[in-house]
Ligand binder design. Structure first.
Ligand SMILES: Nc1ncnc2c1ncn2[C@@H]1O[C@H](COP(=O)(O)OP(=O)(O)O)[C@@H](O)[C@H]1O
Ligand SMILES: [Mg+2]
Length: 372
């Protein structure tokens, strides 16, 4: 049974935080899927909270899944070889007690933790801009400092995106445009919210700035060159790549999906009306099948270079990340962001492969671990 100490089986802990109402946080179905594939591949996988995990060598309580009874069972387990960090939100990950556990794992030579933290959009663009190999994929990006800087960037690029550095799922994203019409300077601000996007028009940057400031509040923002995304059925789309390490510890692209923007949305997120599609189909509609194939190849190569670069710059071990990549109307590939806690991919083939890779990579890390 999973609660017995076992010398030869790889033991993998999925790390999350406790929750009074829901026992523990995170996507339970995702965790169950990981545990199931773990068992198929010969590893023991359990879920442990940052409060319960111990690295003393003593048994501690964790959540094992009983597939017959379809129940989580809190039972004593042995120390894991590998820890897969799935603390689901930035705010939770930043809690002192959670940080303490993560730091303890990073320092310990008994365990290997991967994916220690979320990324920040500003650090990502800085890291990737420092290398000639990845710089060409990054839109011009600055930390938002003031109205004159904004006006300058708007003059240079026509359209800019404003994004919270710690944002996700489109929250807080704005698009500012300066359409060149009839000589009159006009600023069109589009704001993404849960229902769709709101639009406001201003005649000067001085008029716009206070509005923008109140929208931004105390959050840290970046301002970024707007990319003219290629379209499918008149709607912009981007590509979402899942990049993972394999059972030999090498970065590899597990799959690429396409996300087509919803009507009236400035982003492509599915919860905001976006829809899932086939990269080959959406790319072929504007570029034709041959060019689509070559763009997809470039997307994959870019994703691999970017993943390696991000990991090296972070100074930590990552086993997987998802990436939002854009393709502009000329077929050029752009990087928007990477996520260290990728959401489930709904495409069944990508999903199955991703679960296997998570386990195989964890088993590879365990083998490298001195303790074994
Ligand atoms: N500079 C940009 N130019 C054009 N579209 C962009 C730009 N930045 C973001 N987007 C669109 O908005 C989406 C969300 O941006 P992203 O950086 O991934 O933020 P989030 O963390 O909210 O997902 C992207 O997937 C893309 O469709
Ligand atoms: Mg995104």
């Amino acid at each position: 049974m999973p609660s017995q100490p076992n010398g030869s089986r790889t033991v993998i802990a999925i790390l999350t935080v406790a929750d009074q109402k829901r026992v523990f946080r995170g996507n339970k179905q995702n965790f169950i899927d990981i545990i199931r594939i773990g068992e198929e591949l010969g590893a023991q996988v359990y879920v442990v909270t940052t409060a319960d995990l111990k690295l003393t060598g003593d048994l501690f309580l964790a959540y094992c899944y009983d597939f017959k009874a379809r129940k989580w069972r809190r039972s004593p387990v042995t120390m894991p070889h590998v820890i897969y960090n799935r603390v689901p939100y930035r705010k939770l990950e930043m809690l002192p007690e959670v940080q303490q556990t993560i730091q303890m794992c990073l320092k310990s030579r008994k365990v290997q933790l991967f994916n220690p933290s979320f990324f920040n959009k500003w650090s990502l663009s800085e890291w990737l801009n420092r290398s000639a190999e990845t710089r060409r994929f990054i839109p011009v990006t600055h930390q938002l400092t003031g109205s004159r800087q904004l006006e300058q960037l708007l003059n240079d690029h026509g359209t800019v995106y404003l994004k919270p550095v710690k944002g996700k799922a489109g929250r807080g994203i704005m698009r500012l445009e300066r359409p060149l019409r009839s000589g009159q300077p006009k600023y069109v601000l589009k704001l993404q919210d849960t229902t769709g996007s709101q639009e406001a028009v201003f005649s000067s940057i001085e008029e716009l700035w206070p509005e923008l400031r109140s929208e931004i509040g105390s959050k840290e923002y970046i301002v970024q060159q707007g990319i003219r995304l290629a379209r499918y059925n008149k709607r912009p789309y981007d590509l979402r790549a899942l990049v993972q390490k394999t059972g030999t510890g090498k970065w590899s692209v597990t799959g690429v999906g396409a996300r087509v923007a919803g009507k009236a949305s400035i982003t492509t997120h599915v919860p905001r009306g976006g829809s899932i599609n086939e990269p080959r189909r959406v790319l072929s509609s504007a570029f034709g099948p041959a060019e689509a194939e070559s763009i997809l190849e470039r997307v994959k190569k870019a994703a691999l270079k970017i993943a390696a670069r991000i990991e090296a710059s972070s100074g930590h071990t990552y086993g997987e990340m998802s990436m939002d990549l854009g393709v502009d109307t000329d077929g050029r590939v752009w990087f928007f962001e990477a996520n260290a806690k990728p959401m489930k991919f709904d495409e069944p083939e990508i999903r199955r492969k991703s679960l296997e890779r998570t386990i195989r990579y964890a088993m590879y890390l365990a083998k490298k671990n001195k303790r074994r």
